[in-house]
Ligand binder design. Structure first.
Ligand code: COI
Length: 359
């Protein structure tokens, strides 16, 4: 279905102030945003507007009862074009989150047309420099002004974009978290709801006060098995295999995680998706069989870990390890994303010029 999207362009483009050498992450916003409202029955008033503040009632229910979900995705400058990385996977995951949070699902055409129209307009904001990209933030939140716990009737879906460099500027040290849980059986761990991130901040702050960069969450029942970090999925490279925690309702199904598994298998590595205990990591490290730990996420892309802390002891993985496998995967991933090599798995979607957007 074709949606009518009205476009109000900015009269004050900020593109000339973009300093690609100093973009950091999440601080600079492209000129426009896509907005569409759900009135309780249908999606209405799809529009592109200049990026800017929104007026909301103080009673906006997303602010009180947490019906707020989001996605993170990226576009790359590749051979003079703008290419989106696996956008349909983000659309699917957004709707998985929407179902769990009793929010309306976004139709695929609305998501893709909004995205394409926005990125076509702001294509100059996709930085061409190596390691840089346009981070895209689709999000959906409840807009009823009502006090009381029940699903909102009205919602707003928006997309804005940030030109970004690396999320992490250096390899991380993570603390294996056993006192707090990110998620629980029957909970919302597999969704990208805002509350998952809000609840993670206290344990993360404590870990940072102890000298770590991030938490490595463990399963909420026994705290013996690793799950994911505060911002990414997790991989461990053993001498003969690569293991990543299996997905269940407490883990986020990372699109980068899935892509990395594809690439690892394509490169001939053995990948196991299964439970991975902290004890197994410690035993393998002691036996010299743990070669590398790395993490994957849209924002973080791929980065290796220096080591992990458990029960007050620091386990230095990089001292006798390396980052061969994460580098190998990253190289192939980047050659696909930046169009330096073939799009081996048909992951890239070209942003069409607007007059070519399918009707
Ligand atoms: C992403 O990787 O896109 C996320 O949403 C996580 C957050 C660290 C930005």
């Amino acid at each position: 279905m074709a949606y009518e999207i009205t476009i109000r362009k900015t009269e004050n483009s900020r593109i000339s102030s973009l300093d690609v050498e100093n973009i950091g992450f999440g601080k600079i916003f492209a000129d426009h945003m896509f907005v569409v409202d759900y009135d309780g029955k249908t999606w209405t008033d799809a529009r592109i507007e200049p990026y800017g503040n929104m007026e909301l009632s103080p009673a906006t229910s997303a602010l009180h009862y947490g019906q707020s979900i989001f996605e993170g995705m990226k576009a790359f400058a590749a051979n003079g074009e703008v290419q989106l990385f696996r956008p349909i996977e983000n659309w699917k995951r957004l709707n998985i989150s929407a179902r769990r949070m009793v929010m309306p699902e976004i139709p695929q055409d609305l998501f893709m047309q909004g995205l394409n129209t926005l990125l076509d307009l702001d294509r100059a904001w996709v930085p061409a420099a190596d390691g840089c990209s346009l981070y895209i933030r689709p999000f959906l939140f409840a807009t009823d002004d009502f006090v009381g716990v029940r699903p909102s009737e009205k919602y707003r879906f928006c997309i804005f974009c940030c030109p970004v460099g690396p999320y992490y500027s250096k390899p991380l040290r993570v603390k294996v978290e056993e006192d707090y849980s990110r998620s629980a059986p029957g909970g919302t761990g597999y969704t990208k709801c805002a509350g998952n991130y809000g609840a993670s901040m206290f344990p993360t702050k404590k870990a940072q006060q102890e000298g770590y960069d991030q938490v490595l969450w463990t399963d909420p029942v026994t705290h013996k098995f690793v799950e994911e970090t505060g911002t990414t999925n997790f991989f461990a490279v053993f001498h003969d295999k690569i293991v990543t925690p299996e997905l269940d309702e407490t883990l986020l199904a990372g699109i980068t995680r899935n892509s990395v598994i594809h690439i690892l298998k394509h490169l001939g590595h053995t990948v196991e998706e299964r439970k991975l205990s902290v004890q197994e990591l410690k035993d393998a490290l002691q036996a010299g069989e743990l070669k590398e730990l790395f993490i994957t996420g849209t924002a973080a892309t791929m980065i290796y870990l220096e080591g992990f802390g458990h029960h007050g002891t620091y386990y230095d993985v990089i001292a006798n390890g390396n980052h061969t496998i994460s580098n190998q995967v990253k190289d192939l991933m980047e050659s696909i994303r930046y169009g330096r090599g073939a799009d081996l798995f048909q992951w890239m979607t070209r942003v069409e010029a607007m007059n070519e957007v399918p009707a």
